[in-house]
Design a protein. Structure first.
Length: 188
C-alpha cells in the first residue's frame, strides 16, 4: 500500500514537471503558443584578447568562458556552450561580463572585475557565437555572430588577435598598411 502511494505520488509529480516544462501549441488547453521568433538563441561563448595581459577567467551572465592568452599567440578561449540571447536584437540589450586578468590576480587572487556591456546589433542566425572582445584601455565589446575573426563577415573586419596589427586590429600584422608591425610575431 505504501509502495503504491509512493508510485502514485511520483507519477503526479512527473506529470506536473512535464506539463510545466512543455511549450503550449494552442489555446484550447489554456497554454500560450510560443513562436520561434520569441525563443532565445543558444550561442557558444568565446572570448578574444587583443591586450598584452592574459585573462585568467571570464564569465557572461554567470556562464564561464575560460581563460584567454595574451594577444600574441592567441586565437581565443575555448568554445563554451551556451549563452542565450533574444532571437531579435533590441536597443539596450546588455550582458554582464566578469573577468580577471593577470594584473588583477596579482593584486587579489579572488577579485573579479565586472561591467555591463551592450551587445552590438545583430540579425538572427541559427548557429554561432557570442564573442567577448577585450581591447587595450579596458574596452570590451560583445558581438553575436556566426563568423569568426579573420572572416570578411566578422564584425568590424577584426582579425584574430594573434595575427592582428597592434592597435589596428582590422589589419594583419603582416599587412604593409600596418604602421608598426609587432616584431615578436612570425610572418604569416
Amino acid at each position: 500500500m505504501v509502495r503504491a502511494a509512493a508510485w502514485f505520488g511520483l507519477v503526479v509529480v512527473l506529470r506536473f514537471v512535464v506539463v510545466g516544462c512543455s511549450r503550449g501549441t494552442g489555446s484550447d488547453s489554456g497554454t500560450v503558443a510560443v513562436s520561434a521568433e520569441h525563443e532565445p538563441m543558444g550561442l557558444n561563448l568565446n572570448g578574444l584578447n587583443y591586450t598584452e595581459v592574459p585573462i585568467g577567467d571570464f564569465y557572461v551572465n554567470g556562464t564561464w568562458g575560460a581563460a584567454i592568452p595574451a594577444r600574441i599567440g592567441s586565437w581565443g578561449s575555448k568554445v563554451i556552450c551556451c549563452v542565450s540571447l533574444p532571437h531579435e536584437w533590441h536597443p539596450g540589450l546588455m550582458v554582464m561580463v566578469q573577468w580577471q586578468d593577470d594584473n588583477l590576480y596579482k593584486k587579489d587572487p579572488d577579485a573579479m572585475a565586472h561591467r555591463e556591456v551592450p551587445v552590438e546589433k545583430y540579425e538572427y542566425f541559427s548557429d554561432g557565437f557570442l564573442w567577448v572582445l577585450f581591447f587595450p584601455n579596458d574596452k570590451i565589446r560583445v558581438y553575436a555572430s556566426q563568423w569568426g575573426p579573420g572572416s570578411p563577415n566578422f564584425p568590424e573586419g577584426l582579425q584574430e588577435p594573434g595575427e592582428s596589427c597592434p592597435e589596428h586590429f582590422t589589419l594583419k600584422n603582416s599587412d604593409p598598411r600596418c604602421p608598426a608591425p609587432d616584431k615578436r610575431m612570425k610572418p604569416s
